[in-house]
Design a protein around this ligand. Structure first.
Ligand SMILES: C[S@@+](CC[C@H](N)C(=O)[O-])C[C@H]1O[C@@H](n2cnc3c(N)ncnc32)[C@H](O)[C@@H]1O
Length: 428
């Protein structure tokens, strides 16, 4: 499909449907699909595409319900992309303030971008039927549809793990997340940066517990943040900001940040201890590039390498560390409100696979921690299989490991942060 961006003859609904198609049919993450499909758009159009695509991921079962109710059989094969175009049109009618006739008109024109002119009538017909029947369909959805807006495997797991809190977790996952910043205290206090933000018309609230965390009252584009390119702030959720504080890095220490990309926590460690010798390791060479970009924006130094956490013997060269942060690959079920595509990309079977990988990395990296050293195990999951159960098992099977209480499990939106798990272990 060709979008002509310079002449601005592109159709934003068509671009949205391409993004949604890439996520749901090809399994690309929403962030990556957005980068690929919107890199030629101006800021305003990109923001609109983002808003629509994030929104669709949040309420997917509702939109699917409407399409299924209105069509005798679903569009498949080469016409599948038009199914997603319909989704975009219906989402706009239900959830945005774009006038209904414009939503229908632009969506119908989107068919041309995919050279599927023969389906114009069908798209027009489905959208007009939706306009006529939307109130009744909404009632039917509320009575019979999947109003949790989450996959059933996830609901089952979350009900089991949190019998009293599962509904609140689901409700919070369905909200839009706040935007948190981490102020680099090498340059600014949170109070001074708050004042600077205000001079740019951006209001914010400083976290009561974390000295570096600042929540924007309304999220803004990164390029609107004063002194961002100079490295004064980093966008990072408040729960994620706990990692470096728990690790408590000291200048001069050898510190391993394992599973480090894109470097959000690596740079925080170095903001707290700029003279620490930090080794940042990640298996994904593309993501590793982003650690280097973040380090250079913040003018911080670390050794950065591509390496597999399961096989430290390949890259650690016998070195031992005073502190290790293991930010393990996980289901990311604590950050669904931030990445709603996770609901549709994850599978139930991923959880046991991830748990196996996490445990293997933890066991294998433990021997690279010095006696008296500290390891912080972190995930952005809320599932016990990836968190507390891993630590319980590790403590049973590892004689020289001692837990430093408390184990922390943040649930999504708790203290306005993401769902995160932390356990701190000492080597005795
Ligand atoms: C939760 S993300 C890390 C976020 C990062 N710590 C930060 O704060 O910016 C998990 C990372 O684990 C990496 N990863 C997955 N499997 C790995 C493995 N076997 N060894 C090393 N890194 C791995 C992924 O590439 C991903 O970047």
């Amino acid at each position: 499909m060709v979008f002509k961006s310079q002449s601005k003859s592109y159709n934003l609904r068509a671009i949205c449907s391409q993004v949604v198609f890439d996520v749901l049919d090809k399994g690309v993450s929403l962030s990556n699909a957005l980068v690929q499909c919107t890199n030629k758009l101006n800021d305003k159009d990109r923001a609109l595409v983002q808003e629509i695509c994030f929104g669709i991921m949040r309420v997917l079962p509702e939109i699917e319900f409407y399409i299924q109710s209105l069509m005798v059989k679903p569009l498949t094969g080469k016409n599948r992309i038009i199914h997603y175009l319909l989704m975009v049109g219906i989402y706009q009618i239900v959830y945005t303030r774009v006038p209904e006739h414009a939503s229908v008109g632009d969506t119908v024109n989107g068919v041309i971008s995919f050279r599927k002119t023969a389906l114009k009538g069908l798209v027009n017909g489905v959208l007009r039927s939706f306009l006529r029947e939307q109130d009744a369909l909404k009632q039917q959805f509320l009575a019979k549809g999947n109003t949790t807006l989450h996959p059933s495997w996830f609901i089952k797991r979350i009900k089991h793990a949190y019998p009293d809190q599962w509904q609140a977790i689901i409700d919070n996952n369905n909200q839009k997340p706040p935007m948190w910043l981490r102020v680099n205290q090498q340059h600014y206090s949170a109070q001074d940066y708050q004042t600077l933000l205000l001079q740019h018309g951006i209001t914010s609230t400083i976290d009561v517990k974390l000295p570096t965390a600042l929540r924007l009252d309304v999220p803004v584009a990164i390029n609107k943040l004063p002194k961002f390119t100079e490295g004064v702030v980093t966008v990072q959720d408040r729960s994620a900001q706990h990692a470096a504080y728990l690790l408590d890095p000291q200048n001069g220490e050898a510190i391993l940040d394992l599973c480090a990309a894109p470097g959000g926590k690596t740079t925080h460690i170095l903001e707290l201890a700029p003279q620490a010798n930090v080794l940042a390791v990640d298996i994904d060479s593309e993501r590793v590039k982003r650690i280097n970009e973040n380090l250079s924006r913040l003018k911080l130094n670390a050794d950065v390498i591509v390496g597999d956490g399961v096989k430290p013997e390949q890259w650690a060269k016998g070195k031992k560390f005073d502190r290790i942060l293991l930010d393990a690959p996980c289901s990311a079920t604590g950050v669904i409100r931030r990445h709603p595509d996770i609901k549709w990309l994850r599978r139930d079977s991923d959880i046991s696979e991830l748990a196996k990988l996490q445990y293997q990395i933890l066991v294998n990296i433990w021997s690279y921690l010095k006696v008296g050293g500290t390891l912080v195990y972190a995930t952005c999951s809320i599932l016990p299989e990836e968190n507390s159960l891993q630590i319980e098992r590790f403590l049973k099977e590892t004689n020289d490991a001692k837990l430093v209480e408390p184990v922390i499990q943040y649930l999504p939106s708790e203290e306005e942060g993401d769902g995160f798990f932390y356990a701190k272990l000492n080597k005795i």
